[in-house]
Design a protein around this ligand. Sequence first.
Ligand SMILES: C[S@@+](CC[C@H](N)C(=O)[O-])C[C@H]1O[C@@H](n2cnc3c(N)ncnc32)[C@H](O)[C@@H]1O
Length: 420
Amino acid sequence: MSLRETHCAEQLTGARSLASELVNPASFLQLVEAARDKTRVSGLTHNFYRYPARVSPKFVRAAIEMFTEPGDIVYDPFMGGGTSLVEAIALGRHAVGTDISSLATFVSEAKTKILSDRQLSALSDWAESLAESVNIRKPAPTWAEYEAAGYHKHLGSSFTWRLRKAIEQALGSAISLPPTQEVFARCVVLRTAQWALDGRKQLPTVDEFRNALIDYAFEMLAGARELKSAVETHVEKIPQAICINRAVEGLERTRLFAAKKPRLVLTSPPYPGVHVLYHRWQVDGRKETAAPFWIANKLDGSGASYYTLGDRQATDNWTYFEGLQRSLSSVAQICSDETTIIQVVAFSDPKRQLQRYLEVAEDAGLEELSLSSLVDDEDGRLWRTIPNRKWHAGQMGNIPSSQEVVLFHRRRRGQKPPTS
Ligand SMILES: C[S@@+](CC[C@H](N)C(=O)[O-])C[C@H]1O[C@@H](n2cnc3c(N)ncnc32)[C@H](O)[C@@H]1O
């Protein structure tokens, strides 16, 4: 089935055209190529964690370069693992992100923190010391409160207990560091534990875990150095990214963008009808564990629908679209007329849900920009396929490869200014 057969919301006829607003429409081709690029995620701090459904850094970079200048604000309302924030600061833009998940906020903070040379060198010493820290014959510290609260569920079987002990030992060494370094070190443990446990048919041995821990630590230090040097090439000194653990809804009632509006909103919200497990890993078959929150020293306590804008069981995705409307309405209110709003979205049922999605965006005060003459997709939108990504769609079973659409909006002209 071709892309053209599967997506087909209404064509964008008579819509405001993006091409007419671009200084150099030919350069849009680079953005299209970046959107369709299929190489693996790499570079900077992007591999600090494999956040589910992360967007392509290449596409994010091309969008930031095309729609902003150094010193502008890039805002990601659903920041997840912080891909857009990392690229924004690397390009000398101010970066702001919000996410309802404390795990997403932890990961985004760890990925965007610019460490000093002294901190990097202390972390290098810590990475060297890991060979001694993880040893199955030595005792491990315990995390009684997390254990009592159920964060260790499914980590006590005859297959998993050794790895849990190795994680406890690695965390024990991370918490001996000063706070900023501890965040980086916890993220190293998080990345290694994700590799070791999440979705694995065969678990690694403790020796393999220790080796991977050391490799990840040095690889992530190299990424942190790469980000630091990218940030330091810019004339204007960009402060640390702002990563806020909160919902988008109601953001217009805060002072966050009171002094300056974002120039670009670049985001990938949860997808309607597509079940993505943002807050759990799967161990021992498909048993879910909240261990990532324990490793990040964060609290969870919320079910899957909390992170996906609603209940995936509801056949009409009613809860999802209600939540989306509230979120996009807040986004519209913190933007100026010059803000470009780019959303990357996938659907379990594109025919039905894209149309609804667009109506919701319109009701929230956004106006879609047509890409006709910029892209060859018949409906005047930019589509991309992602190979090898199998999602479980709520009502449809497994969809073999996923399709995403990249939507471009502006605040509707004449929209009321933010109320606060
Ligand atoms: C598709 S992911 C974003 C992935 C991200 N673009 C990346 O590259 O890592 C969607 C995110 O939206 C967050 N989320 C869900 N509902 C939210 C809300 N009401 N406000 C803010 N974030 C929310 C989820 O926790 C999840 O991290």
